[in-house]
Design a protein. Structure first.
Length: 147
């Protein structure tokens, strides 16, 4: 079943959950600020297999003393179990941009994902959407180092 970019929650609700859960095929996330630490996560589905890469950019990286450090997923949570919670995060309701014009330095973040064949983007600087804490808790379950 195909959904366009204007799919509503009502349309999804009419379809049995197992037909649209985990139709995410790519996810790219970054969060950080000047001088670190910063984190990136890349997930992609290719030929039926997930590729997963998470990195920490710490102070040593920003001082050009060391490469980014790999982060490893929590061994107690499978990727499939973790991704099964995606729909509950409601990131499809997020706006494209969140800004706090009164704060020039701080935390920047970006999220790109492809779901049901449609690419979505959201990002911000020192401001976050409703549901941000739930999203960060979700990330933290798989990657405890990501804050």
């Amino acid at each position: 079943m195909n959904f366009d970019t204007k799919s509503s929650q009502e349309e999804k609700a009419q379809i049995p959950k197992d037909e649209y859960t985990i139709l995410i095929t790519r996810l790219s996330f970054y969060i950080g600020g000047y001088g670190g630490p910063s984190y990136s996560l890349e997930l992609s589905l290719s030929d039926g297999k997930w590729q997963e890469k998470a990195l920490l950019y710490d102070r040593a990286y920003y001082r050009k003393e060391a490469p980014p450090q790999p982060l490893f997923p929590s061994p107690g949570l499978s990727l499939a179990a973790w991704l099964s919670e995606w729909d509950e995060l409601n990131v499809s309701s997020w706006k494209e941009r969140y800004e706090n014009p009164r704060c020039l330095d701080g935390t920047q973040w970006s999220l790109e994902y492809e779901e049901n064949g449609v690419r979505h983007e959201s990002g911000g600087s020192n401001r976050h959407p409703r549901g941000w804490r739930k999203f960060m808790n979700w990330l933290h379950k798989r990657y405890p180092e990501i804050r």
